[in-house]
Design a protein around this ligand. Structure first.
Ligand SMILES: [Zn+2]
Length: 360
């Protein structure tokens, strides 16, 4: 009898999942020790980048001297481009010698499809129409995840170096820990997400778990999400979500100079809409990021503790970032936006809060 009632009690308690503290305190929990926790790793990465640059330098010099001999002095763009490609190739070579595993992220198409698959699952969880979902699936299927080296090769074709370098977020040597979305303006449907070698290195340096790419799910999904954002699919598709942000949270976003001018001449409602729209691409891409993380958690059957760690390791890089009128601040993205996000709430088993959900 005693044993039976114990079993019943255990069964009952197994069904009760406690809500995570992150439901109400996400920014504090993610960022509390962020600086201390990432300091060691940042230092290691900095040293690693320095060593890679140093080791690559003589190889770069030797190759550059030989290559530039064959390009006329007045062909400045061609010379700069050639130099950059050599620099990048040699830096990549040294980086790959240090961490051969980064190849999987930079050039393994199966891995890229897997990273895209979390967003593909996410698209089906939205409340968009069947047609919009299908169009988003098609768009996402066509997005290519490429390395920085491939990116340089793509725009080397038309030598539009300067224009394209504006879009580059990898740094000239590719060692920024970043990724970015890129759309070739010359071609139709030429959509890319560029993974910087720096990010690939970072994912390896911190990788000591079963999936070395676990901690960049959000970053990659955010960048893939830019190909699905309101710039491509229009504000109408995202109307409910944008209205929710404009109404409930626009006052927490920083105005750009231009929006400030608009606001002086318009109503509070119009001002909020305008302010939401300057941040919309980033906000929407963050929602896609949260969705992908949730899809990943679901697929891997994570419990609350695993989920908290997953969110923390994926999002910690946003701690301390400021709002310059396009990207909302880290405080907003990790505090407010995460707490009103349907997928984050689901992942963390949050109860209904006073804050209305703003998602799609
Ligand atoms: Zn972005």
């Amino acid at each position: 009898m005693k044993l039976a009632s114990l079993a019943v009690a255990l069964l009952l308690s197994a069904n009760i999942t406690l809500a995570s503290d992150m439901c109400t305190n996400s920014h504090e929990i993610i960022c509390k020790n962020a600086k201390a926790e990432t300091q060691e790793q940042d230092k290691f990465l900095e040293e690693l980048a320095k060593r890679i640059r140093k080791e690559a330098a003589p190889r770069i010099q030797a190759r550059a001297e030989a290559a530039l001999k064959n390009i006329a002095k007045f062909r400045l763009i061609k010379r700069a481009l050639t130099l950059m490609r050599i620099e990048q190739q040699e830096i990549m070579r040294v980086a790959q010698e240090s961490y051969p595993e980064i190849n999987a992220l930079l050039s393994d198409k199966t891995k890229h499809e897997e990273l895209k698959s979390y967003l593909k699952t996410a698209i089906e969880t939205t409340d968009f129409s069947t047609e919009v979902k299908a169009e988003m699936q098609r768009t996402l299927s066509a997005v290519q995840i490429i390395s920085f080296e491939e990116y340089i090769d793509i725009f080397a074709i038309d030598e539009s170096l300067i224009k394209n370098m504006n879009a580059n977020a990898c740094g000239t040597d590719g060692l920024e820990t970043n990724a970015f979305a890129y759309r070739d303006p010359q071609k139709q449907n030429a959509n890319y997400v560029v993974i910087c070698p720096g990010l690939a290195l970072q994912s390896q340096v911190q990788a000591n778990q079963a999936d070395p790419f676990r901690d960049i799910i959000f970053v990659v999904a955010h960048e893939l999400g830019h190909h699905l954002d309101n710039r491509t699919f229009g504000n109408k598709v995202y109307a409910n979500y944008l209205a929710c942000i404009a109404n409930d949270h626009a006052q927490e976003l920083v105005l750009t100079k231009k929006t400030e001018k608009t606001c002086k001449k318009s109503s509070i409602t119009e001002c909020r809409v305008a302010n939401t729209l300057t941040h919309a691409q980033e906000l929407i891409s963050d929602v896609w990021g949260f969705k992908a993380v949730n899809a990943y958690r679901n697929r891997n059957g994570y419990n609350i503790v695993d989920t908290e760690n997953l969110l923390k390791s994926n999002l910690q890089f946003l701690c301390g970032s400021l709002d310059y009128g396009v990207h909302p601040s880290g405080h907003f993205r990790l505090g407010v936006h995460l707490q009103v996000n349907q997928d984050a709430k689901e992942a963390l088993s949050c109860q209904d809060s006073q804050l209305r959900t703003c998602s799609f």
